[in-house]
Design a binder for this molecule. Sequence first.
Ligand code: GLV
Ligand code: MN
Ligand code: MN
Length: 414
Amino acid sequence: MATASELSIDGMIAELMALAAISAAEPPVVTRVVFSEADLRARTFVKALCADAGLAIHEDAVGNTFARWTGSEPDLAPIGTGSHIDAIPNAGLYDGSVGVLGGLEAIRVLKKLGFQPRRSIELVIFTAEEPTRFGLGCLGSRMMGGVLSPAQARELRDKAGCGLEELRANAGFTGTLESVRLAPGRFHQFVELHIEQGPQLEAERLDIGLVTHIAAPASLRIQIDGEGGHAGARLMPGRRDALVAASEIVLALETAVLATGAIDTVGTIGVCDVFPGAVNSIPSRVRLETDIRDIDADRRDSVLDMLRETCAAVANRRGVTITTNLVNADPPATCDAEILSALEQSCVAAGKSYKKMVSRAYHDSLFIARLCPVAMLFIPCRGGVSHRPDEYASPEWIGSGVHVLARTLAQLSG
Ligand code: GLV
Ligand code: MN
Ligand code: MN
């Protein structure tokens, strides 16, 4: 199969750039928060491309979008591919979008070659892979996989207090949340193309990473309530400063993570809201959002336990109240040997260098793994940079990823 010559990578890059321009921020910054005006316009753009490619489009009650190329045996469970198009604030243009537009380009090239799949091939655009709006990653795939129940989803609120129900209705997504969950076997297999978001492939000059495991993410929200007051008139003895207490927790997380001695354990506190947030006012309340990950769920949970113990000790010592709320603690996923073998064969056939590796970022495939066998392929990104406007993957890297994906989809669906 001579897919390399049929690939229209320049055209796909132009589509990536056009998608990137649909942003709440000035170029080159991409900000596309789920159900925002930019997200809705981006969906319209991608759906139009899918329709042009002759795919049949269907959306579920939270906006997960399915674009299907019907196979010659349409009753067979399809092969799924895809990723997300939402983007965190101040993001770049490749995270997620490469998997969506790359999946579409893989389908288009197979069509151009006259390939006829036996199983349908379905491109999926997942809703809200990023946790920006609801504080919970992979909303759409989590609900598809039955990991987040409709009752839990109804409780989700954004920072402005708007609920998922209201936001999805305003975005035009109706139907019951119960209908989002898919039956196991709804897909036969699922394969996701993504940028690595780390430095290994570029450093080792490799074209492709074959993902064997996806690390297990957990998130703990911590609220510290202390006592506010005048920053000048209130003397230091007896203060119950919520931010000083929070600082101890931030450092304790780093200590707990390093104490595992494992390179695969990582911990981050990326959100710190300080109330009232005035230079001359003692912080009375702080909210922290922590992100802890590992490929070993028990080891990750030991860090969570240590963090909770620190919270109790700090509360006791500093006379503040600390409440913790576990947002999620997901198991890791192991990628499927048969899909990995198909990916490996595709790399060899396409003349692409590769290695097996772990995904330390989470992806929708983590939750689709509840429904069917999954695997992922990574392409390099410059300097390992991601979640930043200077994120970059070269057309050659993208072309290699799409080429290998196209071959793999052909093999799995044939
Ligand atoms: C996904 O965006 C992640 O944070 O791993
Ligand atoms: Mn991301
Ligand atoms: Mn992503």
